[in-house]
Every structure is written in structure tokens, then in C-alpha cells.
Design a protein around this ligand. Structure first.
Ligand SMILES: Nc1nc2c(c(=O)[nH]1)N[C@H]1C(S)=C(S)[C@@H](COP(=O)(O)O)O[C@H]1N2
Ligand SMILES: [Mo]
Length: 246
């Protein structure tokens, strides 16, 4: 369970002593304040400093489910995929001093981080995988965020059934966390299309819905209020919390 939710639920459970009453209470303003305070404390204390647990080779899950939108199949993605993503370039732009495009070859050179971590879906399943990729911090150091930059926004190739494009965001502290990675390989093989090829985000300190697959473009911004539904991500626009610490 999400830690902030656990802390908050324990608090309200202690107050109420019964699950049904807890649900009713969750909506009450004074309880809402306790919940929000617990979440803010979690974000401040654990959010960008705590580390996710590292696992060993024998812990790696054999079968990896996929979740979220179907694998993109629009022309742009299909063309890239049929060429083994040879023509892929990841633009990193916005509030940076050195906007630039990263080829897959360049990203592979920068992919110095391999870590075995757990991927926790909010729906209640987890898998352990070996993820290899570029520490996001290293990429940010190359583009040099401007002083006004506060968030890193990840645009994807996929969209939902209504055609709404997927995107996600992190603040700069979360982005610079040493375990936050732009992943190129899963369990020793290049990422397959269903798991986000050619490049996905992997942030093991947060729930998997923050780990944006099929990254098409990265942009640094001072606010995400004017992007998508304005809440910082596709899932957030659909009601999930922006901060999703595990
Ligand atoms: N672009 C994109 N990224 C996404 C999603 C999505 O629908 N689109 N779903 C998220 C959710 S809810 C989960 S659990 C993980 C699933 O990753 P997996 O398919 O590699 O297991 O991807 C996350 N990243
Ligand atoms: Mo998920």
C-alpha cells in the first residue's frame, strides 16, 4: 500500500475504529486536513530522499504483465518500431539552456545504471525487474535546467480510446533522485514494444503509473497547469494523486 495512504488510513482508522465510518469520515474537512498533512509530510520527508529497495537476480519475476493503454500503433510509432527504433530521437526541451535531441545510440552510451527494483501497480500487483538505463539526473545535467524550471514533463506516443494523449510529470527533486531512470532494457534485453520501447521512465520510489512508457519527448516547465487536464499527468487528470510514493 502507498505509504502516505497507509499512514493516513491508520490515522483515520484510529479515529474511527471501523472501515465504514472511515470512508464516510475521509470526506470530512477536518479529516481531509489530516490526510493532506500526512501526504505532505510523506512527500517532504521520504519523497525525494528515501530509496526504493534493491533486489537480487533470483527475485526477478518471470512473466511481466503489461498495463495501461495498448501499445501505440499509429504511423509514427509503427515506422520507428519496424526499423528497430534506429531513427528514434528523444528531444529534451523547454526551460533548459541546452535543448537537444538524444539518439538511441547516445542514450545507450549514457545508460550506466542497472538496478533490480519492484514495480508496484496501484491496482495491487507488483513485479521485480532488472532495469538498465540513463540516470535521469545525468540527462538533466547535459541539458542544464534553467532556474525557473520546476517540473519534467514526459510526453508519450500512446493515447487512450478517446484519443487523449498520455503524459506524466515529476518535479526536479524526484527527477534527480539517483534511482530515477530512463530505461532502455528490461532483464538484459532491449525494452520490448509492450513495455514501453524504446525508452520509458522507471521511478521505483513511486507507483508504476508514474513510470511513463513510450517516451516521445521531454520538456522542462515551470507549471503543468496548461498541459492536458492540468493535473500533471494522464492518470492524475483521471483522479490519481500526482505524488505516488510507495
Ligand atoms: N505511456 C504510458 N505509460 C504508462 C501507462 C500508460 O497507459 N501509458 N500506464 C502506467 C501504469 S498504470 C502501469 S502499472 C505501468 C505498467 O507498465 P508495464 O506495462 O511495463 O507493466 O505503466 C505506466 N506507464
Ligand atoms: Mo498501474
Amino acid at each position: 500500500m502507498k505509504r502516505s495512504l497507509f499512514v493516513a488510513t491508520s490515522l483515520t482508522a484510529a479515529l474511527a475504529g471501523c472501515a465504514k465510518t472511515t470512508n464516510a469520515l475521509n470526506g470530512a474537512p477536518q479529516v481531509r486536513r489530516v490526510l493532506d498533512a500526512a501526504s505532505a509530510l510523506d512527500r517532504a520527508v521520504i519523497g525525494s530522499r528515501g530509496s526504493a529497495k534493491l533486489y537480487g537476480e533470483t527475485d526477478i519475476t518471470r512473466d511481466f504483465p503489461t498495463n495501461g493503454n495498448p501499445t501505440p500503433d499509429d504511423d509514427a510509432y509503427r515506422r520507428l518500431r519496424s526499423a528497430g527504433f534506429a531513427g528514434y530521437i528523444l528531444p529534451v526541451a523547454g526551460l533548459v539552456e541546452r535543448p537537444q535531441g538524444f539518439t538511441l545510440r547516445r542514450l545507450r552510451e549514457l545508460a550506466t545504471l542497472t538496478q533490480i527494483t519492484r514495480h508496484d501497480c496501484v491496482e495491487g500487483w507488483s513485479v521485480v525487474g532488472k532495469y538498465t538505463g540513463v540516470p535521469l539526473e545525468a540527462l538533466l545535467a547535459l541539458v542544464r535546467p534553467r532556474r525557473q524550471a520546476r517540473y519534467v514533463v514526459f510526453q508519450s506516443f500512446d493515447h487512450d480510446g478517446d484519443g487523449t494523449p498520455f503524459y506524466g510529470s515529476l518535479d526536479l527533486a524526484q527527477a534527480a533522485h539517483p534511482q530515477t531512470q530512463l530505461t532502455l532494457a528490461l532483464n538484459g534485453a532491449p525494452l520490448d514494444a509492450d513495455h514501453g520501447a524504446p525508452v520509458r521512465l522507471r521511478i521505483p520510489t513511486q507507483l508504476a503509473y508514474k513510470s511513463t512508457k513510450w517516451v516521445r519527448r521531454i520538456e522542462l516547465v515551470d507549471s503543468f497547469a496548461r498541459i492536458g487536464g492540468g493535473r500533471g499527468g494522464y492518470w492524475e487528470d483521471n483522479g490519481y494523486d500526482w505524488y505516488a510514493g510507495v
